[in-house]
Design a protein around this ligand. Structure first.
Ligand SMILES: [Fe+2]
Length: 380
């Protein structure tokens, strides 16, 4: 309830401010302004209604359409919100700054309005670009990662990494099949899926996950939970993922014999899982027990923050997701404040970490400054 109240207030401020900025500079008639207010109120209520539908498991074709409209309007409003904020900051600064006021006042008002209109137009173009970018089929990003002491048998070992697929009301089997086709096109040795597989119930969206059973890999497919697994049907989705060919690693490891070398794949649950399921509290010590001397240790963890464990227990590589790379500007800035790494390859205290930007998306189907990603990782 506390979350819902905060969510409603933040959303109200966002819609009110953006709507107000849209109406104020234009001299529409009173009846037109009332009409606009009603439209903005309705748009504000859409995400709230979507939230209620989700928690009450209203999941059908119509609720899916509703979700699309709701999230898209929220995405566009959030972009416009930040543009209007930027305009206001610039306006305030120009008023404070000691600029010579020798402009004709009428010309000044006209220029001010033109700049605002142009920037708002940019917001619209940005949104359209973001929607097209967000909805395209994920692209394969190839990353060769070098290690000082990689056993020769593991040279060119290929990992296909997907994450944050968010199958459900917006991401359907057709998209999942495209992901599978791309994975199979690179002939991976293993496939890893670092959480946030789905939203909603297996009963209504389980069939959308079916194409995953067509994945082909030499040494198996592995899955660890993300935070979203704990928001809906945890057991149902884990059963479904097992059924379509993924081995679920919850504080567990799988040792792979590759030639004369050993590669350990350890999976830990999302770091917030302990608040929902006691037995899903991160316990890497338990997962690693007996495998400490493996030639190469790979950690699968949904959130980049878990690198603290990877470093502590001597893992060579960690693969994560969760951040979506920020998904779209300017959220990448806020997401980067909350996480040590936003996307791509990083190194910390001898452990390397790669963060996939997300194979699917969550919320508004918008991506600006990020791409939907399938990572092809080659050890070298
Ligand atoms: Fe997540």
């Amino acid at each position: 309830m506390k979350f819902f109240i905060i969510f409603s207030i933040v959303l109200f401020l966002l819609y009110f401010y953006t709507g107000w900025k849209f109406i104020i500079p234009n001299s529409y008639s009173i009846s037109a302004n009332i009409g606009f207010c009603l439209i903005f109120l309705m748009l504000y209520l859409l995400p709230i209604a979507t939230f209620f539908m989700r928690i009450n498991r209203v999941e059908n074709q119509y609720s899916d359409y509703f979700t699309w409209i709701s999230y898209l309007s929220l995405g566009i409003f959030s972009i416009l919100f930040f543009i209007f904020i930027a305009i206001d900051i610039i306006t305030i600064l120009t008023k404070i700054a000691p600029i010579k006021q020798n402009f004709n006042p009428q010309r000044k008002v006209f220029l001010g309005l033109s700049v605002k209109t142009i920037l708002a137009g940019f917001g619209g173009i940005f949104s359209i670009y973001g929607i097209i970018n967000g909805l395209r089929i994920p692209e394969i990003i190839t990353k060769k990662i070098s290690f000082k002491k990689l056993p020769s048998a593991l040279k060119n070992f290929k990992i296909a990494h997907i994450t944050d697929l968010h199958v459900g009301s917006q991401i359907k089997a057709e998209m999942v099949q495209s992901v599978v086709d791309k994975i199979n096109s690179i002939n991976p040795d293993i496939v890893v899926f670092t959480g946030d597989a789905a939203d909603g119930s297996v009963e209504n969206y389980g069939r959308e996950m079916e194409p995953l059973r067509n994945i082909k890999s030499k040494y198996g497919n592995y899955f660890v939970t993300g935070n979203h697994e704990y928001y809906s049907d945890l057991k149902g989705w884990l059963d479904k993922l097992s059924e379509v060919g993924f081995q679920i690693l919850i504080n567990q490891s799988q040792l792979l014999e590759v030639g004369n070398s050993s590669l350990l794949v350890t999976g830990i649950p999302d770091r917030t899982a302990k608040y929902y399921v006691k037995s899903h509290k991160t316990d890497i010590k338990k997962a690693l027990k007996g495998y400490e001397d493996s030639d190469f240790k790979l950690l699968l963890a949904h959130q980049p923050k878990d690198i603290e464990h990877a470093i502590k227990f001597g893992y060579e590589l960690q693969l994560s997701g969760h951040t979506h790379g920020g998904q779209y500007i300017p959220f990448n800035f806020f997401v980067s404040l909350a996480h040590p790494f936003l996307k791509g390859l990083h190194e910390k205290d001898g452990t390397q970490i790669y963060i996939n930007q997300g194979t699917g998306f969550w919320g508004p189907s918008i991506r600006i400054g990020t791409v939907p990603e399938i990572t092809e990782i080659i050890l070298s």
